[in-house]
Design a protein around this ligand. Structure first.
Ligand code: AMP
Length: 211
C-alpha cells in the first residue's frame, strides 16, 4: 500500500502518518525530514539545501526525488506513506516513474483540508525532536516539558516555523499544490479528511479512508 498525504503545513500529515505507521506498520517517509538531515551535512549539496529551506521555498523537483530514491533504495519497502511529497505535478510524474521502475504505484491520496487560522495556532505551539523527528504540539504535549518522550533529546522550534515563513509556506502550498490535486483527482485516487477537527476525529476519518 502506497499512500500520498497532501495537506498544508501543520495540517497533521506527520501525526497521521505516525499513527498509520504504528497501527499498520507502513513506513512514514517525510521528505522534509530527509532533506533536513541532508541539509545538516557539511557538503555543497547540504549547504545549498539549508539555504533554500530556511526561506520556506521548495527544493528543486529533481533534488527531492533523488533524495527519496536514495532512501527507497536503502530501505526496501513494500508499503509506505509519503508525507510532503509530491508537492508539484512534476514531482508526481517523477514519483510515478520511480515507483513504476520498482513495480509499484500510488494506491491512495489522502487530502487533508485545514483552516489557515488553525494552521497558525498549531505551528506557534509546535516543537520537534532534532534527533528522532517526533513532533509535539497543543494536541500532543511531551510528557516532560521540552523533552522528547522517545529519546529524551531537548525539543526545538524549527527554523522555518516563524510566523512570516509559515504564511509564505501556506501560499506556496496553495499555489503549487492545486494542479497536483487535479492530477490525482483525475486518477480517482483522492479521499478528503477534515484536518481542522480534533485528533480522534481526524484519525477516525483517515482510517475509514484506508478501508
Ligand atoms: P516540510 O517538513 O514537509 O514542511 O518541509 C520543509 C521544507 O523542506 C519545505 O519548506 C521545502 O523547502 C523542503 N521540502 C520538503 N519536501 C519537499 C518537496 N516534496 N519538494 C520540494 N521541497 C520540499
Amino acid at each position: 500500500m502506497i499512500i500520498v498525504l497532501l495537506g498544508p503545513p501543520a495540517s497533521g500529515k506527520g501525526t497521521i502518518a505516525q499513527e498509520i505507521e504504528e497501527k499498520k506498520g507502513w513506513k512514514h517517509i517525510s521528505t522534509g525530514d530527509l532533506l533536513r538531515d541532508e541539509a545538516e551535512k557539511p557538503t555543497e549539496r547540504g549547504k545549498k539545501l539549508a539555504e533554500v529551506m530556511k526561506t520556506g521555498n521548495l527544493v528543486p523537483d529533481e533534488t527531492v526525488t533523488e533524495t527519496l530514491k536514495e532512501f527507497l533504495q536503502e530501505h526496501d519497502l513494500k508499503s509506505f506513506i509519503l508525507d510532503g511529497y509530491p508537492r508539484t505535478p512534476r514531482q508526481a510524474e517523477l514519483l510515478d516513474q520511480l515507483l513504476e521502475s520498482r513495480g509499484q504505484k500510488v494506491d491512495l491520496v489522502l487530502r487533508l483540508k485545514c483552516l489557515n487560522k488553525t494552521i497558525i495556532e498549531r505551528i506557534s505551539s509546535r516543537r520537534v525532536c532534532p534527533q528522532c523527528h517526533a513532533v509535539y504540539g497543543l494536541n500532543i504535549p511531551p510528557k516532560e516539558e521540552g523533552k522528547c518522550d522517545h529519546c529524551g533529546s531537548a525539543l526545538i522550534q524549527r527554523e522555518d516555523e516563524k510566523p512570516e515563513t509559515v504564511l509564505k509556506r501556506i501560499k506556496v502550498y496553495a499555489n503549487v499544490t492545486k494542479p497536483l490535486i487535479d492530477y490525482y483527482e483525475e486518477k480517482g485516487l483522492v479521499k478528503e479528511v477534515n484536518a481542522s477537527l480534533s485528533l480522534e476525529e481526524v484519525f477516525a476519518q483517515a482510517f475509514k479512508a484506508l478501508e
